[in-house]
Write a protein that binds this ligand. Structure first.
Ligand SMILES: NC(=O)CC[C@H](N)C(=O)O
Length: 409
C-alpha cells in the first residue's frame, strides 16, 4: 500500500500493541493506511473521518445521532477509562442505530474506573456494532484531517489480523460521502411520542435513575419537536424549561404539526447534508413560519431554518466537533464556550434581509445563529444542551420560552 508523504507518520501508531500483528486498520481515501489494535465490533465500516476535541463525554458523542455516517477520531488520548452507563446515552430512538460508523483512539482502553460505570467501552462498542481502533497517533491523524479536510475512510477490526484489502477498498469506494445524503431516516423516530423527562442538577445528579419526570401540571408551553435525529438532553432541557413536548417524525406534515396546536415548534439536530434533508423538511417549516408559530432550531434545525428562508448551506473543510468552541452572541456581546458537532454550515452571505445573524464562531467566523425579523423564529449552530460540554448556552432554551410568551396574536 503506497503511503503519501506524511502518511507513514500517521500509520506508525503509538505502540502499546502487537505491531507485528495489527488487528485493526483505518484506510483513508488518499491511500493512507493506519494500523492499530482492534476493539469493539468485528468487521468493517466506511464513513467520513472527523475529529472531536472534547475532553469528556465520549459516550454522549458516540451516541449522538448527528454522527451517523461518520468515524470519530478522539483527540483526547484516554478514552474509555470511566466506562459507560445507560444514563449518558444521547440516542432517543433506541430502535435505530446511533449511526456512528467507527471510533479511533490513541491509548488502549483500560478497565473502567468510575462509580457510574455499568459496562466497559469495548463490550459496549461490540454490542452496538461500532468498530474501533486504538494505538493510533491521533495527533498526526488530526493534523492530516485539518490539512486535507475530512476524508472518506474504512475502519476494520479482525482479531486474527487477516484483512482482505480488496474488500476493504470496495467498502470504502461504496461509501458516497456525506454530501447529498439524507441520513435522517436512519436515526429519527418513525412515530410520534410524548416526552416528560427533565434534566438533573447537582448535587444528587448523575446517580443511576437521577432523571425525573416533570412534576404534573408544571408545563406552561406546548412544544412540538420535529425529530431529525434528536439528542436526549435537548428534550430534557425543553422539559426543564417548562415545555410539554410532543416529538413528531421528520416526515410529519405541517397539518399534523398544526393539529397539535403548539405554542412553539422545535427543529432538532440530525445527521447528513441539510440540503438533502431540506427537500421534504423545508416546506413543513415554511408552513409553520407562515402561521407565525415561535420556532427554535439547533444545528441541523438551524440549517433547516436557514434553508426555509432561502439561504444556502455548504460543506465545511474540517467541521466543528468539540466542546471548547467560542461563540459570540451578537445580541448581548457575550462569548459562550460551546459544544459543537457539524460538518456543514449556513453561508452567511446567503441570508436574506429578513434573517439577522445572531451568533458567530470565534474560531473561524462561520455563522452560528440567526433570528428572523418578520417571524418569531431563531436558531443556533452549536449545541446549547451541551451533552457533553459547557453549559454557557443553556439560556437559549429560556429565550425560546420567552419567544413563546411574546407569541403574536
Ligand atoms: N449536529 C447536527 O445537527 C449536525 C448537522 C449536520 N448534519 C452537519 O453536519 O452540519
Amino acid at each position: 500500500m503506497a503511503h503519501e508523504q506524511g502518511a507513514a507518520q500517521v500509520g506508525a501508531g503509538k505502540g502499546g500493541w502487537d505491531e507485528a500483528r495489527p488487528t485493526a486498520r483505518l484506510l483513508l481515501a488518499d491511500g493512507t493506511l493506519v494500523e492499530g489494535d482492534g476493539l469493539g465490533a468485528i468487521g468493517a465500516a466506511a464513513g467520513e473521518l472527523c475529529f472531536n476535541t472534547a475532553i469528556t463525554g465520549y459516550e454522549e458523542i458516540l451516541t449522538d445521532p448527528s454522527y451517523a455516517g461518520q468515524i470519530i477520531t478522539f483527540t483526547f488520548p484516554h478514552i474509555g477509562n470511566v466506562g459507560v452507563n445507560d444514563d449518558d446515552v444521547e440516542t432517543v430512538n433506541m430502535a435505530g442505530a446511533s449511526g456512528v460508523r467507527g471510533a479511533v483512539f490513541a491509548a488502549d482502553v483500560t478497565s473502567p474506573s468510575n462509580w457510574r460505570a455499568t459496562r466497559d467501552l469495548d463490550a459496549w462498542l461490540k454490542a452496538r456494532g461500532i468498530v474501533a481502533i486504538a494505538g493510533v497517533d491521533t495527533r498526526a491523524l488530526t493534523a492530516l484531517i485539518r490539512d486535507k479536510g475530512m476524508p472518506n475512510a474504512v475502519i476494520a477490526h479482525a482479531p486474527d489480523g487477516q484483512f482482505d484489502d480488496a474488500a476493504l477498498k470496495a467498502t470504502l469506494d461504496g461509501f458516497e460521502g456525506l454530501e447529498g445524503q439524507d441520513l435522517v431516516p436512519l436515526v429519527g423516530s418513525p412515530q410520534r411520542y410524548g416526552w416528560d423527562e427533565a434534566g438533573w442538577s447537582w448535587p444528587g445528579a448523575a446517580a443511576p435513575g437521577a432523571y425525573s419526570a416533570r412534576a404534573e401540571g408544571t408545563a406552561t408551553k406546548r412544544v412540538v419537536a420535529i425529530d431529525y435525529g434528536l439528542k436526549r438532553n435537548i428534550l430534557r432541557m425543553l422539559t426543564t424549561a417548562g415545555c410539554e413536548v410532543t416529538v413528531v417524525p421528520a416526515t410529519a406534515s405541517a397539518e399534523d404539526i398544526l393539529a397539535l396546536n403548539p405554542d412553539g415548534v422545535f427543529l432538532s439536530n440530525g445527521p447528513g447534508d441539510p440540503a438533502a434533508t431540506g427537500k421534504y423538511a423545508v416546506p413543513v417549516i415554511q408552513a409553520v413560519l407562515e402561521k407565525k408559530i415561535p420556532t427554535f432550531g439547533i444545528c441541523l434545525g438551524h440549517q433547516m431554518l436557514a434553508l426555509a428562508v432561502g439561504a444556502t448551506t455548504s460543506k465545511m473543510h474540517q467541521g466543528h466537533h468539540g466542546a471548547n468552541h467560542p461563540v459570540k452572541d451578537l445580541t448581548t456581546g457575550k462569548v459562550e464556550i460551546t459544544s459543537m458537532n457539524h460538518g456543514f454550515a449556513v453561508a452567511r452571505d446567503s441570508l436574506p434581509a429578513t434573517a439577522r445573524e445572531t451568533h458567530v464562531s470565534l474560531f473561524d467566523g462561520t455563522n452560528c445563529g440567526l433570528e428572523l425579523t418578520d417571524r418569531p423564529a431563531f436558531s443556533v449552530q452549536h449545541h446549547p444542551e451541551a451533552s457533553p460540554g459547557p453549559q454557557d448556552s443553556h439560556y437559549l432554551f429560556q429565550r425560546f420560552v420567552e419567544l413563546m410568551d411574546r407569541k403574536p396574536a
